[in-house]
Ligand binder design. Structure first.
Ligand code: NAD
Ligand code: DAU
Length: 354
């Protein structure tokens, strides 16, 4: 692996992954970060990497739907490995405005696959596709998703990711493209865009703003610290078997209400502001998300057995670190929430939501 093209490397997981490659994994090759820089992408997330590794880190600002730009990047940088993160990733947005999800997640993945097929002649060895447990639909109170679970996507987001997974599978089956796929549960950690549950709740609770819990807060998510996810992807890239799917999860199920309450309690302890304690007072039950999946839970036995992966962060230690990170990075929060994000929220929800 000498030249790795990472799509969506300016986003939450992609930027953590690139930092992990340079700082933790001992990766000695070049990383080409191919990112359109939507509202969710921020080159500043990797400013330290651009500074410390100018010869081995390249940022290409372009759309994965742009065939010429993709082809040019693969050829120019002699790419031998692709790790595909780029996507529209937020379920609520996909309900309000699904079109961008179909374009980037389905069409964009198709364009990449076609370019990858061509690049095989020049030495492409692996196409890794980063996907989600949401493609499997929703669980009841019992059971787990395995790699054999049927696909039952319920939101425009998960349907678009399911379509991309199917295309990746088909390119392996039909053309022999050397692919791997990972389907992961909910991530949290630094650099997550503050529209997602955990960073949104941290920032609102820290400021004494309302904490909007959808429905009654009984929906369950299986939380995984982003660094554990990055380690899993790195293992799959190195040792995963071609054509295989690996489920990645935290074995850490929490109802949304439990998660929000824990954030409140940790903030009460870490920032003991008498005017805001107890922060649970700010919890508000609001209208539920349409089609809200009840429960996700991953059986990650396959990656544990085959690749020796285990999540290393506990929810409590991971949440503490994440809260500390958001409290220390308020200027980052201000910057990512300005501009495109604010304009989109105002267009779709009017004033008053942040
Ligand atoms: P994110 O929204 O934080 O980042 C997405 C990145 O992709 C951004 O940098 C954005 O600029 C870029 N991008 C979007 N459209 C693009 C396009 N057309 N061309 C090039 N770049 C484009 O997303 P994330 O949370 O980091 O998720 C990364 C991947 O992991 C996604 O494929 C997502 O489906 C998957 N995933 C996320 C989670 C999670 O909990 N966040 C869990 C499982 C899987
Ligand atoms: O499961 C993996 C998926 O996790 C990824 O594929 C997605 O890209 C990622 O966004 C995430 O999807 P969710 O919809 O689970 O994440 P979100 O942070 O939006 O919501 C988590 C849960 O919290 C969900 O049950 C909805 C609820 N929620 C969310 C928000 C933003 C609230 O109750 N209030 C909120 O304000």
């Amino acid at each position: 692996m000498r030249s790795l093209l990472v799509t969506g490397g300016c986003g939450f997981i992609g930027s953590n992954f690139i930092r992990f490659l340079f700082r933790e994994a001992g990766f000695a090759g070049r990383v080409v970060n191919f990112d359109k820089i939507t509202y969710a992408g921020n080159p500043e997330n990797l400013a330290d990497i651009a500074r410390d590794f100018p010869d081995r880190y390249v940022l290409v600002r372009a759309d994965i739907c742009n065939r010429d730009a993709v082809k040019d990047a693969l050829e120019r940088w002699a790419v031998d490995t692709i790790c595909h993160f780029a996507a529209e990733s937020h379920v609520d947005r996909s309900i309000v405005a699904p079109e961008a999800f179909i374009r980037t997640n389905v069409e964009g993945t198709f364009v990449l696959l076609e370019a990858a097929r061509e690049q095989r002649k020049s030495g492409l060895q692996r196409f890794h596709h980063v996907s989600t447990d949401e493609v499997y639909g929703s669980l009841g109170p019992e059971g787990f998703f395995t790699e054999e679970s049927p696909y039952r996507p319920n939101s425009p987001y998960s349907a678009s990711k399911a379509a991309s997974d199917h295309l990746v599978r088909a390119y392996h089956h039909t053309y022999g493209l050397p692919v791997t796929v990972s389907n992961c549960s909910n991530n949290y950690g630094p650099y997550q865009f503050p529209e997602k549950l955990i960073p949104l709740m941290i920032l609102h609770a820290a400021a004494g703003k309302p904490l909007p819990v959808y429905g009654r807060g009984v929906n369950v998510r299986d939380w995984l610290h982003v660094e554990d996810h990055c380690r899993a992807i790195w293992l799959i890239l190195q040792h995963g078997r071609e054509g295989e799917v690996y489920n990645v999860g935290g074995r850490c199920e929490r109802t949304n209400l439990e998660t929000v309450e824990r954030i409140c309690d940790l903030l009460d302890e870490m920032v003991p502001d008498q005017r805001l304690r107890p922060r649970r007072q700010f919890i508000r039950f609001v209208t539920d998300r349409p089609g809200h999946d009840l429960r996700y839970a991953i059986d990650c036995g396959k990656i544990e057995r085959e690749l020796g992966w285990r999540p290393s962060e506990t929810f409590d230690s991971g949440l503490r670190k994440t809260i500390a990170w958001y409290l220390e990075h308020r200027p980052w929060v201000e910057r990512v929430q300005s501009g495109e994000y604010r304009r989109w929220m105002q267009r779709h929800y009017g004033e008053g939501r942040s």
